[in-house]
Each structure stands twice: as C-alpha cells, then as structure tokens.
Design a protein around this ligand. Structure first.
Ligand code: TPP
Ligand code: MG
Length: 550
C-alpha cells in the first residue's frame, strides 16, 4: 500500500462510494482536494455561490437516493451553504457537505474564517464531525455515507482541517456503503390487511424520501388491487402517477377542499414515507395530536419519526421501497368496503387540477402552466423554489414519474435554478424547466452562469409580478393598505440571460409563450422566459382585493 495525502485519500473514498459528480465553490482551505479531483473521473460543477452549490448537491440526493456531495470553504462558504443543508434536513435528503477548516494548531483564537462547525450545524444535520488525521478519512467518510442514507435520510457536514489534507497516511479504502433497509414484519403486513378490510373511508398519503420507481409502481399496483384512494404530500406529487384511477391529488398549500375533507373524515390513514408536518397537515389541523381520530398506519424508515408527533395505531419501520416490496402479500377482500369513493376522489382531482381560472391582465399564467402540462413529455422535470407563483404549478401540473418534481418542502426560495442545473446534468435528455418568481429567481439566479459555463440548457420561466407577492398577500390580509418592503424593481431578465450567454425573451401575452418556449428549446442554450404577470393576480386562488394600493 502506498502513502497518499489526505486530499487524495478523500477523493478515493468518493470514487469507492460511486460518486460521479460533486459541486463546489473552491477555497484555499481545501486545495489538496481540488488537486486530487484534477485526476479523478468525477464531474466537478463549479458554482457561483455556496447556497447554489449546496442546493445542487441536495437535488442530486433527491434524484438518486445517494448523498449529493458539495465542497465549500471555511466560515463564509459554510454559512452560505447552510441554506442547502437546511433543505436537506427538512426534506430528508441524503447529502454530505465537506467544509475547509483552519489549521488545528490555530484553534480557539478565532483564526481567519474559523467556525465551530458542530455548534453551527448541530441542529440542522444528522451528524457534524471533523476529521483530525488522514488515516481516519476512509472510516469517517464511509460512516457519513451511511448516516446520510440510513434511517431517515439527511445531511452530514464534515470539516477538513487544512494540515490534515496534506498529511500522508497509508490506509485502505472502504467499499461502497449500502444502507441497511429494515423490512416490514409479515405480521404487521397482515395487521395492515385486516385494518384495511375493516375500513370504510381509508386514504393513503405518500411522501418523504426513499422512493424508487419500482416502489411507486408497486404502490400503484397495490392501490389498484384494493381500489384505494391515494394522495401525495406537499411537493411530493411525483410519488404517484396522476392518471392512475386511484389518484386523489396532493396535500399542498391551499389543497383541494374535497381532499382535505377526505383526510379529516378518513377512518384509516396509511402514511408512507412522510411525516405530515406543518404544510401537508394544514398547520397540524387535519390530524389530532397526539392521538389522531383516524387510525394511523405510519410507515417510515426512521424509528425516531414513528410516534414523534402522531400516535400511530400501527407503526412500521421501513423505507417506502422496502414497504412497497412487501405489498404483494397484502391481498384484498372480494370487494373493498368503500364503494365508489375512489373513482369519485380521482374525478374530484381531475376537476380541481384541470382548467386554470382567468386572471387580470394579458398574461394568463394558469393557461401557460396548463399548456406546459399538456405539451411536455412525461420525463420532463419541473423545479421551483418558494412563492405564490408555485401555486399554479402545484395545482395544474400533472406528474407521471418519480424524480420529475424538484421542490423544497422546506419552502426555501432560490431552489429552482440550482436544482434544475443538477437535474439537467443528471438527465440530459429530459426537458428541465425552472418555474421561478421574480423574487425567488434572484436568490440563486447567479447559477444561470453555472448552466452557461457547463453547457446545461435549462429553461427558466420567471414569473414577474414586481413584488414578493406571497408576503404582500399576507400583508393585504393582516395589514391592508400598508405595503411594506414587498415591492420589487426588477432587471430585464431576458437581457440578463443574454448577458450571461444564454437565450432570453420577454413574454407579455399568453399567446407569445408557446413560440418563445419553442425558440428557447431550439436555441440549445440555457434560457430565461421573462413573463410579465399582472400584480393583481395575487395567487392561484384569488386576486388582489379591489381598491388595493398599487
Ligand atoms: C430563503 C427564503 N427567504 C424568504 C422567504 C419568505 N418568502 C416566502 S415567499 C416570498 C416571496 C416570493 O416572491 P416571488 O418569488 O416573487 O414569488 P411571488 O410570491 O411574487 O409569486 C418570501 C420572501 C422564504 N420562503 N425563503
Ligand atoms: Mg413575485
């Protein structure tokens, strides 16, 4: 065995774990890693800000189920990247953030960019650690992969002291880690079958991470055998095909009233993968805490999540994948006891998501979302951050396959562009569309430069209403007539695209959108379609109140 420096040992561990790409903003604190990456068969995506780099890595975790890898420098790099780490935590996404650390001998002096990573990241990671000697890199990196994936997935932060990365060690690599996957006990699956057979108003809710397309297909087959109504959780609409006769819609912000009613009136809820946190639960109003009126069957890979908020009647510790693999054993009775409730739920969903309401102004944003829905192929990936603009997408777009919705359940603005850059890199043959607000886009709009530099032709639809509309909506409700800090004076986003070397167009009228979209695709470049939305079109549900201050 030959001696390697810490940087090389680290990059060799990434290769051993099957890492194909990493994101970074370089720093002098981890030059030895950058040097080792020079020779490695790893695609390095250089970003413009660490928030974007971390979100790209998080999106990789969402798409593949393996940790997304991001490298950033000390204090300022790490704190910028915390934005993506927080998303990975709330969205249960495997991710590893490597951060440079000062020389060990300078600790506790508040040296240049020094940060106590355990203190800073302690409450938003599954594990934060520092590697003191290069001979422990294989052990601790392998553990980081395991921690990020095993149980409830989430982020790990690893600090790399500068001298450790150049020190030499002779140490073997650790082979690829596959997370332990607890499987449901046959007796629990029998209990589930019994509970379903007794139920009169059951409903399945699919969410969380740990899904595979095989799991989605397995659940779809199970739902069909039982004629079980199935909904998806907030920003997890790609966990079930929209055109399946059992699909009842998604529990997002402002969900369909008929779906909300179904959840409230259900006698059995089968919650697979999700946590029914604040957003899908209507701010914790749909299920009583701690004991829901509905009998709750909760399936989750993390033991600590079972019974954390809601007392389940049956708790099954399993990832969605392992759970769905056991579903063929759950045989239905001759006829389920809930009559035609399922076709009715699907009809309600189709009706709710079908046509968009008419908006003030010349740009019918809802119609444009429906046009995209009806023209995009099923493999198209839709990415967004946070803002009212996303409401139209969530309500009217229809997802057919796992991995086609990339959106933060943590409600984090600025996610769409970096997520799209990663998605298009991973899936170059699929159209990848970012739908962003004017506020949302500029939180990580700089990563449009990353798309141009790495030749990643994403298409960004920027919905410009000249304001942080979501917050304005809350102001109109709570402090009417007193517009405070929510107006925006925007750049010409089409010119912005062109200045970066991309394709840019401005869309004022509904009918201009489709040809502009076609030209954007034909350009083969990253593109921005700057769409002017009348500010009175406040949300997917309602317009600005009459007489509101402009
Ligand atoms: C990182 C981050 N900062 C602030 C917020 C609070 N916030 C939620 S939506 C929103 C406004 C979004 O504005 P825009 O992207 O223009 O969308 P619009 O609501 O106008 O459609 C803000 C500031 C947030 N969710 N995330
Ligand atoms: Mg806006």
């Amino acid at each position: 065995m030959s001696a390697r420096n810490g940087g090389r040992i680290l990059v060799d561990q990434l290769l051993a774990q099957g890492v194909e790409r990493v994101t970074c903003v370089p720093g002098e604190s981890y030059l030895a890693v950058l040097d080792a990456l020079h020779d490695a068969a790893i695609d390095v995506i250089t970003c413009r800000a660490e928030g974007g780099a971390a979100m790209m890595a998080e999106a990789y975790g969402k798409l593949t189920g393996r940790p997304g890898i991001c490298f950033v420098t000390r204090g300022p790099g790490a704190t910028n990247a915390s934005h993506g780490v927080h998303i990975a935590m709330q969205d249960s996404t495997p991710m590893i953030l490597f951060v440079g650390q000062i020389e060990t001998g300078m600790r506790e002096r508040e040296a240049f960019q020094e940060l106590d990573y355990r203190a800073v990241f302690g409450s938003m990671t599954k594990w934060t650690t520092e590697i003191d000697t290069p001979d422990r890199i294989p052990e601790l990196v392998a553990r980081a992969f395991r921690v990020a994936m095993q149980g409830r997935p989430g982020p790990v932060v690893i600090a790399l002291p500068e001298e450790m990365l150049v020190a030499m060690a002779e140490v073997p690599d650790v082979p690829r880690v596959e997370p332990a996957a607890p499987v449901p006990a046959p007796a629990d699956m029998e209990r589930l079958a019994g509970m379903l057979a007794e139920a009169r108003r059951p409903l399945a809710i699919l969410g969380g991470s740990g899904w595979t397309q095989a799991a989605v297909d397995g659940f779809a087959a199970f739902a069909e055998r039982w004629s079980l109504p199935v909904c998806t959780s907030f920003r997890r609409a790609d966990r079930f095909p929209w055109d399946h006769p059992c699909y009842a819609g998604d529990l997002g912000i402002g969900p369909s009233p008929s779906l909300t009613k179904r959840v409230k009136e259900a006698d059995l809820l089968l919650l697979v993968g999700g946590r029914m946190s604040e957003m899908p639960s209507g701010s914790y109003t749909l299920l009583d805490i701690p004991v829901p009126k509905q009998r709750l069957v909760h399936v989750h890979p993390g033991a600590e999540e079972l019974g954390r908020v809601y007392a389940p009647a049956l708790a099954i510790q399993a990832s969605p994948h392992a759970f769905c693999a056991a579903l063929p054993a759950v045989a239905p009775p001759a006829a389920p006891g809930w009559g035609n409730a399922t076709p009715q739920a699907h009809a309600d969903y189709l009706d709710w998501s079908g046509t968009a309401r008419s908006l003030p102004g010349d740009f019918q944003y809802g119609e444009v979302v429906c046009w995209l829905r009806d023209h995009l192929p099923p493999e198209a990936i839709l990415c967004n951050g946070a803002g009212n603009f996303a409401g139209w997408l969530h309500r009217h777009h229809r997802f057919s396959r796992l991995g086609t919705q990339l959106a933060p359940t943590s409600g984090s603005m600025g996610y769409g562009v970096p997520a799209a850059v990663m998605a298009k890199r991973q899936c170059p043959d699929a159209p990848v569309i970012v739908v962003a607000g004017d506020g949302d886009f500029l939180m990580n709009g700089q990563e449009f430069a990353t798309a141009v530099q790495h030749d990643i032709p994403i298409i960004a639809v920027v919905v410009d209403n000249g304001m942080y509309g979501t917050i304005r909506m809350h102001q109109e409700r709570d402090y009417p007539g007193r517009v405070s800090a929510t107006r925006l004076k925007n750049p010409d986003f089409a010119a912005y695209a062109r200045a970066f070397g991309g394709h840019g167009e401005t869309v004022h009228r509904t009918e201009e959108f489709a040809p502009a979209y076609e030209r954007a695709i034909a350009s083969g470049k990253p593109a921005i379609l700057h769409c002017m939305l009348d500010p009175r079109a406040l949300s997917v549900a309602r317009d600005m109140p009459e007489g509101a201050v402009p």
